[in-house]
Write a protein that binds this ligand. Structure first.
Ligand SMILES: Cc1cc2nc3c(=O)[nH]c(=O)nc-3n(C[C@H](O)[C@H](O)[C@H](O)COP(=O)(O)OP(=O)(O)OC[C@H]3O[C@@H](n4cnc5c(N)ncnc54)[C@H](O)[C@@H]3O)c2cc1C
Length: 397
């Protein structure tokens, strides 16, 4: 696998355009969004209009055609300013557009992917249930065959974008005895279908701009065209989406780290104690150095993994076992390191800011609350370590 990586002039131009868009349209709304705990509908609308809800989707399906590298560039830039917006884009793109692009039929792509990539419809992804979190193959939402179609019954929880989405990729059990090996199927569910209801929306420590919703599926009738991928193969569909999600989560964490580093540098040069800027103290200098080491290493990891996913293409039937396992291990490594480094760096940045870092409404205080979830969602870091170690034991280093 090649190690070299550099951005093309087009990718650099995309980053510059995204950065100025984010400064103009997103930065001004985040403090109020966080305080009011409101979904940022107007700035989401602007991102949709600019095509930012279809960055890695080919132009033929309504997207910008910029691949995973372009997508990570956007999430990195977004991560410098606000994590909630990143999660709204990520749940839609990584977790719901990916399965439509990789596993959807042409009809499904036309019906669901194109409007999503064009920004006409928001998507979500629903795997987690009250009894099935890390053990994600143990879903109990039932998918029962009826005629040519299916009837879905059960409760889902913790769905990002669940309150606002027009279409949701839902994982349900076609056979609970089989579990992940043949017993789970992915379905595309339009939220205006009879029997579908949004339940409780959680109050959270951070990510105040995102909804985290319960879904109630009460005998939701779906046609055969709503099955995404093969019946019984939904676990692979979900894992493919999570591989993309984990790398893009790494990009968002990278943005958070870079922003914490930048803020700490500025603050430490301007804050004077004992007659000199605190940046003159070695205790502070070493913290800054540790932050920079993490930022630089993570940048390489994220874009290496994103470029690898771009090279692999979007047809899972073309992947060999080894290639698939390498991609999954790499995504878990990126997710695990990125979320832990972001947590550590943001904590140290808060320390550098002293009491000010603890005051409600400062960027570092919000970043501290927002960052914590990254060690939990898209698979906890304990689960990432299981994935990595199992693959090491099976295939070696
Ligand atoms: C804000 C937010 C947004 C979310 N968005 C989505 C979404 O859009 N869609 C969706 O489907 N889900 C979503 N989730 C759910 C999220 O992915 C799960 O919370 C996560 O996978 C962990 O599951 P759990 O909460 O049930 O914890 P549990 O699985 O109950 O884990 C509890 C603890 O036990 C540990 N543990 C469990 N099994 C093992 C094991 N075998 N070995 C070692 N340790 C283990 C875990 O690592 C953890 O520390 C979201 C959650 C939150 C909080």
């Amino acid at each position: 696998m090649p190690i070299e990586f550099s951005f093309t002039p087009d990718q650099d131009a995309f980053r510059a355009a995204a950065r100025s868009f984010i400064q103009k349209e997103i930065a001004p709304v985040v403090v109020e969004m966080d305080e009011k705990e409101e979904f940022p509908a107007a700035s989401v609308r602007r991102m949709q209009e600019e095509g930012y809800f279809g960055i890695p989707i080919p132009e033929a399906y309504g997207g910008l055609g910029l691949g995973k590298v372009g997508y990570c560039i956007f999430l990195e830039e977004l991560g410098k300013v606000d994590a909630s917006h990143g999660v709204i884009v990520g749940a839609h793109t990584s977790l719901a557009e990916t399965p439509l692009l990789y596993y959807g039929t042409e009809d499904q792509k036309r019906r669901w992917l194109i409007p999503a990539a064009r920004g006409e419809k928001l998507l979500a992804f629903s795997l987690t249930e009250p009894g099935s979190g890390s053990d994600s193959g143990a879903v109990r939402t039932l998918a029962e065959p009826r005629g040519e179609g299916w009837v879905l019954t059960g409760n889902k929880i913790y769905v990002s974008n669940g309150r606002e989405a027009g279409t949701i990729v839902v994982l349900a059990a076609n056979d609970v005895r089989l579990g992940p090996n043949g017993g789970v199927t992915a379905f595309v569910v339009d939220t205006d279908v009879a029997g579908f209801k949004v339940g409780r929306c959680e109050k959270k420590m951070g990510l105040h701009g995102t909804s985290t919703a319960e879904l109630v599926l009460d005998h939701v009738e779906l046609g055969p065209e709503c099955v995404l991928g093969d019946v019984g193969k939904g676990f692979s569909v979900a894992m493919t989406s999570l591989d993309v999600g984990r790398v893009s989560l790494g990009a968002a964490s990278l943005g958070g780290i870079e922003s914490a580093l930048h803020g700490s540098l500025e603050f430490s040069k301007s804050r004077t104690q004992f007659g000199q800027p605190i940046s003159e103290y070695q205790a502070i200098q070493f913290k800054l150095a540790d932050m920079a080491m993490r930022a630089q290493a993570l940048r390489l990891l994220v874009y290496h993994a994103a470029a690898h996913q771009d090279r692999m293409g979007t047809d899972p039937t073309a992947w060999g076992r080894r290639e698939r396992a390498e991609k999954t291990r790499e995504a878990s490594i990126v997710k695990c390191l990125a979320s832990e480094w972001a947590d550590e760096v943001i904590d140290e940045a808060l320390q550098i800011h002293g009491g000010l870092g603890y005051i409600r409404g400062t960027p570092i205080e919000r970043a501290y609350r927002d960052a914590r979830i990254s060690k939990i969602f898209e698979g906890t870091n304990e689960i990432q370590r299981l994935v990595i170690s199992r693959d090491l034991i099976a295939r070696g280093w």
